[in-house]
Write a protein of this length. Sequence first.
Lengths: 346, 346, 328, 328
Amino acid sequence: MSEDLNTDRHLTIARSMAEAIEQQMESDPNVFVMGEDIAALGGVYGNTRGLLEKFGPERIRNTPISETAFIGATVGAAQDGMRPIVELMFVDFIGVCFDAIYNNGAKNNYFSGGQINVPMVLMTAVGGGYSDAGQHSQCLYSTFAHMPGMKVVSPSNAYDAKGLMNAAIRDDNPVIYMFHKGLQGMGWLGTEPGATVATPEDSYTIEIGKAKVVREGTDVTIVGLAMGVHDALKAADKLATTGVSAEVVDLRSLVPLDRETVIESVAKTGRLIVVDEDYNSYGVSGEIIATVTEHDISKLKASPRRVTYPDIPIPFSRHFEQFCMPNADKIVDAYQSMVKGAAVSV
Amino acid sequence: MSEDLNTDRHLTIARSMAEAIEQQMESDPNVFVMGEDIAALGGVYGNTRGLLEKFGPERIRNTPISETAFIGATVGAAQDGMRPIVELMFVDFIGVCFDAIYNNGAKNNYFSGGQINVPMVLMTAVGGGYSDAGQHSQCLYSTFAHMPGMKVVSPSNAYDAKGLMNAAIRDDNPVIYMFHKGLQGMGWLGTEPGATVATPEDSYTIEIGKAKVVREGTDVTIVGLAMGVHDALKAADKLATTGVSAEVVDLRSLVPLDRETVIESVAKTGRLIVVDEDYNSYGVSGEIIATVTEHDISKLKASPRRVTYPDIPIPFSRHFEQFCMPNADKIVDAYQSMVKGAAVSV
Amino acid sequence: MKPSKSTLLWMYETMETSRRFEEIIAKIYFEGKTPAFNMTNGPIPGEMHLSNGQEPVAVGVCAHLAKGDVVTATHRSHHQAIAKGVDLNRMAAEIFGKETGLSGGRGGHMHLFDANVNFGCSGIIAQGMGPACGAALSRKLRNQAGVAVSFIGEGAANQGAFHESLNLAALWKLPVVFVIEDNGWGVSVSKESSTSVERNSVRAAGYGMPGHFVEDNDPIAIYEAAGETIARAREGKGPSLIEIETYRLAGHFMGDAEGYRPEGEKDALFAKDPIPQMSKLLLDEGHADEAAIAELQATAQRRVDEAIAFARESEYAPEEEALTSVFA
Amino acid sequence: MKPSKSTLLWMYETMETSRRFEEIIAKIYFEGKTPAFNMTNGPIPGEMHLSNGQEPVAVGVCAHLAKGDVVTATHRSHHQAIAKGVDLNRMAAEIFGKETGLSGGRGGHMHLFDANVNFGCSGIIAQGMGPACGAALSRKLRNQAGVAVSFIGEGAANQGAFHESLNLAALWKLPVVFVIEDNGWGVSVSKESSTSVERNSVRAAGYGMPGHFVEDNDPIAIYEAAGETIARAREGKGPSLIEIETYRLAGHFMGDAEGYRPEGEKDALFAKDPIPQMSKLLLDEGHADEAAIAELQATAQRRVDEAIAFARESEYAPEEEALTSVFA
Ligand SMILES: Cc1ncc(C[n+]2csc(CCOP(=O)(O)OP(=O)(O)O)c2C)c(N)n1
Ligand SMILES: Cc1ncc(C[n+]2csc(CCOP(=O)(O)OP(=O)(O)O)c2C)c(N)n1
Ligand SMILES: [Mg+2]
Ligand SMILES: [Mg+2]
């Protein structure tokens, strides 16, 4: 793992994912990709763009709209010695194929007492903000992270995206790789420029299970992942103008969860805000708060806060959706209400 | 709602569920039941025993092993004016049919702006403790509770089971009714006697979304649901022998979540332990802790604790499984480590 | 059974309404999205799937349906919604995300619901099929009239829900008709690369139900096949499967560059655009003269213009309204 | 292709092994569970699904398989595991939950995995079918020998995974064979109440693949059908579906009172128990004399006794070991 940012290659997440896959496919014939529209189209989100031309339709394999069969097949191929990558076009579609993932892929290592590994990567698009409504805009981070046996990652920028994809492909376990549509660098989705960063051409990995302090600060810790990191960074900028120094932690992985980094940061700042575009209840935000408070509640100077998506289906209308999404202003507000000691109404 | 315990009818949860369904079917021709093995067999867990004989195979309707179709059909029938009840034999099977539930049933009220209601009940068996291994012993409480648009309940005893079933059937929303196998009163599953309680013959409802303080105390609040309530009550007995007074809160509903009752109890006791047989991370335990701490952290005299299932697939072997399950001793230990102020290792 | 003259005129007018509605939606869709296409901008944000070219399916089938009959539709359902009688003003307003929309802007173009005419959608492939069975079961159990029609694409015919629903419907003899709109493509994946048989209609035999195939987007043949199967369903004789060869004149969604389409395919399809074909048929068979056709077109245009004006003029709901209607 | 003498003898011995193994498991299962049946007690807790009566399917199919071939099985897989060559000692120990078990007691009876012979299970209905396609794809992509066989029950043939997997396998011409063990029941639900067609083999036509039906639990006919389809798969000609009429002599699981079975059904089934039929066939056709039969039975019994003794004598793993093997 090297963090060689002496490069002027600014890649989008889409391109850095494709590059990681390409490099892995070049060096390992057991790596291949399956999914809907990943061949000629190059993936709806561009993650396999150019790969069909290079590797052909056997290894860049369009599938029927049969997620149960082809994700099941991914599990079977992984157990048989391949390193398949499969794309589930939107995470919202897990309802038609979740069994293959959490009841087979994620558990067969355990059920077999380690005889059988399932080295597969499931990459899937998450997130909203572009008016795709309630069946195409969810994050469902904790829906995966709650189930044992899979690793779960979600990058916030192209550098991490490449390193995490490499690590995911080399990992001997199922890895759920959740990429946020608003960070992909596909202009038609309205992209966050901060996600497009310097990304070395060389292959490198980022260890799964390590969070990163992406901005240091002393007054409050803002924890997020994927789009939430950018909201947090913007909020930190705003807070800085009022003299508040915010530390921002990019979780990067949900499983394994780097509890130490979060705890250490809060031990320093004494305050915690969690940003999560997933639904508020029974999710990432609760887990982070519980992690910090069960460890040592005395480290917190104020009640923790969450800035999350409300517990409602995601609405279509842009003004509705934007009203519900986390953003920098809501984080700033959360900080202010936190230091005032206002109670969160239930 | 009446709590008429002047009855010596001690029912099992299985019988009280069947009785509620029977009474509702008698008074409302739009109520019917679908599911695997619910007719001649009376349901694997006895929830529909005797109903086929009374109502016939049209209204007590065995299905093929086609959960996507028949749970989808439940949604369709509910939208068309019926009040269907469907049984998903084990909650572990959601992977083959989750879409119908969370992407359609749970969202269509919203998507239609309230034009269409989906008054359906999905009853499903949860929980382990009888060596049924990793695909037949999960709770997955938070997997449902995280998704907006459905109510989620899980009774700990027959009285509540009947009242909640009645409320669920009368509710105009999808209600996920999670019954714990170890509480069903089916001897072959090794049942918890505390679940079989006095249950009036008359029909009554228990409001969905209301927790209940099932034991009052002053030193610590133990929050749980379903089997966790019985573990908590046993732990409270043990703690009492050491002079510690524990209050036990039975959540009964996860959605809506009765945050007030939990917060009030902790405001009184100053200490919180959450018991949950579901996986530890990203689940109910995190949500309860976050609820309390984000509301007012100063109310807590000690770091909260959770006694939960570890983040591993559920093992078959009895000694493995019992090692992992929450129980009264673990709750007592958690209390003791809490008052010592020991940190939870991460 | 041939369509009557009034049915033919209704079919034509409805096809025209659908086509004209989408033409204007398509224009408005690009407002605020040029020169750099960004889905999030403009009065109609988000995905937009057009049904132009597939209008014959909608009218051929819905000509047999009453308000009380149930339709479950997909991500591509403007034509069906219009043919089923969904309120066009409120539908347009929903696509704009306005308060007067069918669901006040909560659902948008992929989630059009109109309880008055028993119309609903799901954007998840094939997942309307189980609900259609359930609506049919509801009618059967209550001895109430009505059939359910579930529309899907040919890509959806490879989804597990297809199999489970057809088996369930046949087993329980439900009054439901499954209609496959085979436009040859599932996004960028051709039918040959997704489907192991040439004709999905043959799959009906695996459920002991009749399977029909209708060639070349022919509205009359669609009307006939639908009539036969819907009558059968109404008579309590059980479900059927209809596979219809139709054509997607646009991309999968707006913004799709369609690089995957073989050369010449689109030109060939436009050459057999069903709408001019239908007006020619009306003229040739003497059902209408040029003036009558113009009149039908004008009516269609008027309805569309009115709907769009209604949508444009309507307000957005207050933003906190987003939090309502989660529960009944 | 008829089975050779040595194959016939292997088939018989393996059927005997499976039967005797289950007989003793069934006896031990009740240890500690009488008089009041409680699944949680005894040396073998949890659910127990027996395969007795269905042994012909396992031997007829697995006779054609090598170690390297892949089998995905279900909740009812003792017979298949034994026929595929799963280590019987470790399998028994797994069923007892012991450290020496295939997975040290993590999986138990419903999750038997033996990587040495490429055998695995899933307790979720029909969910081994996709993985079987994937194993077959793996061989195809790597140009490596081997076929995959996915066993399912007739109840599973109504699950969406069946449809998706058959389509995928046929589309990609994968070396996989799908075997339906039609024992007439899915728990308490008869095939007639779950399946809209009389024969699941007809469903093969919906995927353009051959469908075979084998009547009356006949091991020789099963051997032949499996031989043909597996050879076809090995030759790269693609997948097949085999439906086998077989019989469940026991309840769905142990403890099942079987109140749903029509009167007389069980007696009729026991009258055609395939094991005495097979020994009679060996005798009648001169493949073995009484002494040879007795010898095969003795060998089977020895293996079973050894496996059970191994399981009984093995220790439980330290309880903290439960937390290991979650990740590779
Ligand atoms: C379960 C599921 N998988 C994938 C998708 C993404 N998707 C949306 S439309 C579509 C293609 C559908 O093809 P077809 O059924 O032929 O309908 P058409 O778009 O041609 O009308 C796909 C793959 C989805 N919405 N749901
Ligand atoms: C998806 C799913 N639904 C339901 C079950 C519960 N279940 C276990 S075995 C069984 C019956 C299976 O019938 P069949 O496929 O014929 O196999 P058999 O038991 O006869 O061998 C059912 C319904 C399950 N395990 N998975
Ligand atoms: Mg199509
Ligand atoms: Mg069976």
